[in-house]
Design a protein around this ligand. Structure first.
Ligand SMILES: Nc1ncnc2c1ncn2[C@@H]1O[C@H](COP(=O)(O)OP(=O)(O)OP(=O)(O)O)[C@@H](O)[C@H]1O
Length: 228
């Protein structure tokens, strides 16, 4: 990643069609976007306008039909699945509405998982980092709790710690507070925003919550597959 640039990820003129035959829909219709280090950007817009589809593209979970995506100086569109998978582990952390924690594992094990996948640290190093991250989200006393024994807000805080595990330059969040009450939403959002700003990470989040959008540095509105 270029050290001089503040742009972590950018895409140009992305197009994506989904579905088949008569059901084929032109979902992304020429989307250009960039996310900056240390900034939290909200993507808002009516249901079905293409927000999650765009987040999938930025997360390198899907290929565009046309257009390009860059992480730093590396082109990510129309490259091999292996390269994209490696880039995802190295550069991107995800927080989803339904956090996809492994509930039968402890908080600590969940946060260690992305580090195991990347395979750069020894087990004691992974454990120490996972403990530090869980402390930073206020769960230092609950590192050994099973996911099933944590509240919804706590599970989502574990998901935030897990997203930060490999020090990604980009954090993508799809309705990260969507299943939480107002107090827990504010707590989870503030944690995510503070940690990302402190670490100079870019956050791109999709939200329907105007109060959350208002607290972001940048708000981009989508309609019918483009930014308006
Ligand atoms: N596999 C698919 N086949 C056909 N159409 C699809 C497929 N997946 C998504 N779509 C359509 O693409 C459009 C965009 O979906 P997307 O999930 O990106 O919207 P969104 O803005 O995130 O909506 P929401 O706010 O409701 O989550 C929708 O009209 C949806 O019905």
């Amino acid at each position: 990643m270029s050290a001089s640039s503040s742009i972590v990820i950018r895409c140009e003129n992305l197009h994506r069609y989904l579905g088949q035959d008569e059901g084929r829909v032109h979902v992304l219709r020429g989307v250009s976007f960039e996310a900056e280090r240390g900034k939290v950007c909200a993507i808002v817009g009516p249901s079905g306008c293409g927000k999650s589809t765009l987040l999938y593209q930025l997360g390198l979970l899907d290929q565009p039909d046309d257009g390009s995506i860059w992480i730093g100086d590396e082109r990510m569109s129309n490259t091999s699945d292996d390269l994209r998978t490696a880039a995802r582990s190295r550069h991107i952390g995800f927080v989803f509405q339904f956090h996809f924690l492994m509930l039968e594992f402890t908080a600590l094990e969940n946060v260690m998982m992305p580090m195991r996948k990347l395979g750069r640290l020894s087990i004691p190093e992974m454990e120490a980092r996972a403990r530090m991250l869980l402390e930073s989200v206020g769960l230092g006393q609950k590192t050994q709790r099973l996911g099933t024994h944590l509240s919804g807000g706590e599970q989502q805080r574990v998901a935030v710690a897990r997203a930060l595990a490999n020090q990604p330059s980009l954090i993508l969040a799809d309705e990260p507070t969507g299943n939480l009450d107002a107090a827990n939403s504010a707590l989870v959002f503030d944690l995510l925003a503070r940690l990302a700003r402190e670490n100079g990470q870019a956050v791109v989040l999709v939200t329907h919550n105007p109060e959350i959008a208002q607290r972001c540095d940048v708000v981009r509105a989508m309609k019918d597959g483009v930014f308006v």
